[in-house]
Design a protein around this ligand. Structure first.
Ligand code: HSE
Length: 307
């Protein structure tokens, strides 16, 4: 019987311009770590410590403990849990901080209790936690955080993994100005013009077809954001300047990661990715915006045990 497990979960980029609430990918970096301990009080979940972020430690108000409790309960509450959370993906960053916590929590409980659930079977429990943070039940961060790779989350039915783009380097810029997902959703219109919805569906289909052909250039070309980005870009510090500079330095596509403020910029070779990283870092410094920046790839690895 295991007494503790240690888990890692990846950051994720949701939406990827063409699939609002319906598409996401796991990143090779950053990621975050969690330790889940078994305790003797059946059904009781506590948070022992949270390192790296000032988050609510009340188990009813924390994404990780809510997700863990949901799974524990469905397994019959055979024990209690204590969680130690190491946040290296800052909350409000737009790269799936809460989804990584929720995914790590359910993978940890699954492993600790030897429950044997598949990653896709863990999604509903992770969503119980994630929806507490985002105010909506969408799996476009949680599904890739659990499954890894590029994942479509249809309105009904199981998630669909599509071939990840091996020639993509993604420069992920995080200006450290928190944006709550609920606030970023509040700026979106309730209805969109039919012609925009039709064009967006066509770009989404074109992107998926390009992924199946392994054509990273065509996939990048298809990343038109017609429905969401235009409304949210005003929330992102210096978005237009960032975009212009990224494209000048060789980005083939890019946009807002999830609900922002992080943005992602797609390069097709590592030299271009380095150029973009250096230029965007300089821009943030000139504007005195605190930031972090990563060059990442789409990772085939979802949340998993590391102990
Ligand atoms: N699809 C969600 C949104 C992702 O854009 O609001 C939130 O991280």
């Amino acid at each position: 019987m295991k007494e503790r497990v240690e888990v890692w979960a990846p950051a994720t980029v949701a939406n990827i311009n063409v699939g609002f609430d319906a598409l996401g990918c796991a990143l090779s970096a950053p990621g975050e770590r969690m330790i889940v301990h078994r305790t003797s009080e059946p059904g009781v979940v506590r948070i022992r410590a949270i390192h790296g972020a000032a988050l609510d430690m009340h188990p009813e108000r924390n994404v990780a403990s809510i997700a863990a409790k949901s799974l524990l309960q469905s397994l019959g509450n055979p024990c209690g849990l204590e969680m130690e959370i190491f946040k290296s993906i800052l909350p409000g960053s737009g790269i799936g901080s809460s989804a990584a916590s929720a995914a790590a929590a359910v993978v940890g409980v699954n492993e600790l209790l030897d429950a044997g659930l598949r990653p896709d079977e863990l999604i509903p429990f992770a969503l119980d936690g994630e929806s507490f943070a985002s105010g909506a039940r969408h799996a476009d961060n949680v599904a890739p955080a659990l499954l890894g790779g590029l994942v479509i989350c249809p309105p009904e039915g199981p998630p669909i993994a599509i071939p990840a783009l091996e020639d993509w380097s993604m420069v992920v810029l995080h200006p450290q100005i928190p944006i709550k997902t609920a606030d970023a959703r509040a700026v979106l219109p309730g209805q969109v013009p039919l012609k925009d919805a039709a064009a967006q569906a066509a770009w989404f289909g074109t992107f998926v077809a390009a992924c199946h052909r392994g054509d990273g250039t065509a996939a990048a070309y298809a990343l038109e954001d017609l429905l969401v980005g235009p409304h949210r870009s005003k929330l992102i510090p210096h978005f237009d300047e960032v975009r212009t500079l990224a494209f000048d330095c060789g980005a083939r596509a890019g946009g807002i990661s999830g609900s922002g403020p992080s943005t992602f910029w797609v390069a097709l070779d590592s030299a271009a990715a380095e150029n973009i990283k250096e230029a965007l870092s300089g821009l943030m410094q000139r504007h005195a915006v605190p930031f972090s920046i990563h060059i990442s790839a789409i990772s085939g690895r979802g949340a998993h045990c590391i102990s």
